[in-house]
Design a protein around this ligand. Structure first.
Ligand code: ZN
Length: 167
């Protein structure tokens, strides 16, 4: 596994629609392995292939809603689609491609996603809270959407420092 460079918001590639993955081959596996390594080194909760310069529909998300004493784990989603969403959450969101900046984004509280795994097998997975936010954020990347275009406003430095913000 190797760490890959993360593109930042100035890169045009981040605003392009990504193509579906059609070959579930060693190259895809390498990409997903490298994305895992990159995410863990950056201490992030999600990463999309276009953020490492690959315009294909693949993302990884860290599932943080785990029972106490159990390890968080990475969910790999190839060609993901949100098939159900409900509820609403409003809160601060950031992105490894937009370092140091956070904005307030409205997202569903709960989503169900259908995707393929690295071998092409279909599965469904549910996300709640931060995981739901993360699924939405990463899938947006596949459609060329960076959260800064969706957020109602960016947080000020003061708000970031205090950890408090007003809606
Ligand atoms: Zn992002």
């Amino acid at each position: 596994m190797a760490r890959r460079n993360i593109l930042t918001k100035e890169e045009p590639g981040l605003y392009k629609n990504c193509r579906p993955v059609t070959d579930f081959n060693p190259r895809l596996h390498q990409l997903l392995d490298d994305m895992r390594e990159t995410l863990s080194q950056e201490n992030g909760v999600g990463l999309a292939a276009p953020q490492v310069g690959v315009l294909r529909r693949a993302v990884i998300v860290l599932e943080t809603n785990v029972p106490e004493g159990e390890e968080e784990y990475i969910i790999e989603l190839v060609n993901p689609e949100i098939i159900e969403s409900d509820g609403e959450q409003y809160g601060a969101e950031g992105c490894l491609s937009v370092p140091g900046e956070y904005g307030l984004v409205r997202r569903p509280m709960h989503v169900r996603v259908r995707a393929q795994d690295r071998n092409g097998e279909y599965f469904e997975v549910e996300g709640e809270g931060l995981t739901a936010r993360c699924f939405c954020h990463e899938i947006d990347h596949l459609n060329g959407i960076v959260f800064t275009s969706k957020c109602e406003r960016m947080l000020t430095e003061e708000e970031l420092e205090s950890g408090k913000f007003n809606e």
